[in-house]
Design a protein around this ligand. Structure first.
Ligand SMILES: Nc1ncnc2c1ncn2[C@@H]1O[C@H](COP(=O)(O)OP(=O)(O)OP(=O)(O)O)[C@@H](O)[C@H]1O
Length: 280
């Protein structure tokens, strides 16, 4: 995996006054934020608030009617999803999107080839070079397997693995793309407590050891408050506030938008999963 230098620099991402509507539905209504190098930035909001729409704009799936979005200074709004991915925007999904019949190793290799690979013609013309490239990709993938502690499952078809491990493989596939910015869409949804704790540790390691900035959309408020440097709160597509976890938790509009009550982040002892959903 490419280690990215730690430096105080321009934001990695600028998302500036973006508007996206589907007919009468304003999915994103004047949202602006930036992500700094090494930052773990979270986006929270009730169901239908527009969080996934922001990710779909970032990965080129949705094209907004208004606004500017740039990754390391490059305008991405006119680019197609594969080009944005090649630029370094890697994503995991709410619902796992892996090849269930392929092994962990093959899923990760595919993730790498899809976005970085060499063409058939270079393979024919430069057999030696292509082989070297292949070995290099293989080493990167092996590093990711070590990093995410996936050794014991490396030769197993992904479809046979426990849910939490499949989510980890998906994270690995995103890492295989050498991301400049990692988008995590509900990384712990549906996980039990142990799986959630494992995932939290890997997310922190990605930021601290690999220095890859992250945007995370997540409903588990305990996790968000523990991990995020800053949080953007949206409701009905409209930004409510951006701030540190403490600032956000105390913001009256945030409390109102969520519940008309407390933004409770203490674990629910009756909950089976990680149990830190926002509760009334
Ligand atoms: N392709 C689409 N066509 C029509 N409406 C859409 C489309 N995508 C999103 N929307 C609408 O935009 C709004 C925001 O949806 P979005 O999925 O971004 O919310 P969300 O915050 O991610 O919700 P959740 O937490 O439930 O995943 C919703 O009203 C949704 O129905």
């Amino acid at each position: 995996m490419t280690q990215q230098p730690k430096h105080a620099a321009d934001p990695v991402l600028r998302f500036d006054d973006v508007h996206l509507a589907f007919g009468q539905v304003r999915a994103i209504n004047g949202v602006s934020f930036h992500v700094d190098p090494d930052e773990l930035f979270a986006i929270i909001g009730p169901n239908g608030a527009g969080k996934t729409s922001v990710f779909n704009v970032l990965s080129g799936v949705y094209r907004p009617q208004q606004g500017r979005v740039s990754l390391h200074g490059t305008d991405i709004l006119s680019m197609a999803p594969p080009a944005i991915a090649r630029l370094g925007m890697a994503r995991t999904f709410q619902n796992i999107e892996l090849f269930a019949n392929l092994t962990v190793l093959d899923n990760l290799m595919l993730g790498r080839h899809q976005h970085i690979g060499y063409g058939v013609f270079s393979a024919l013309a430069w057999v030696g070079r292509a082989r070297k490239e292949e070995l290099r990709h293989r080493r990167v993938v092996e590093d990711i397997i070590d990093f995410l502690e996936l050794e014991q499952w490396r030769r197993m078809p992904v479809g046979l693995l426990p849910y939490g491990v499949q989510k980890r493989v998906e994270l690995g596939r995103a890492l295989a793309m050498d991301p400049k910015l990692l988008l995590l869409d509900e990384p712990v949804a549906g996980m039990n407590l142990e799986e959630t704790e494992d995932m939290a540790r890997f997310i922190l390691d990605i930021r601290e050891d690999l220095h890859i900035p992250i945007i995370m959309v997540e409903h588990d408020m305990g996790l968000v408050m523990d991990l995020a440097d800053r949080i953007l709160v949206v409701d009905f597509g409209t930004p409510i506030t951006t701030g540190t976890p403490t600032q956000v938790q105390q913001h009256p509009d945030v409390i109102r938008a969520y519940l008309g009550g407390d933004l409770d982040t203490t674990p629910d002892p009756t909950a089976e999963a990680s149990g830190t959903e926002v509760r009334a």
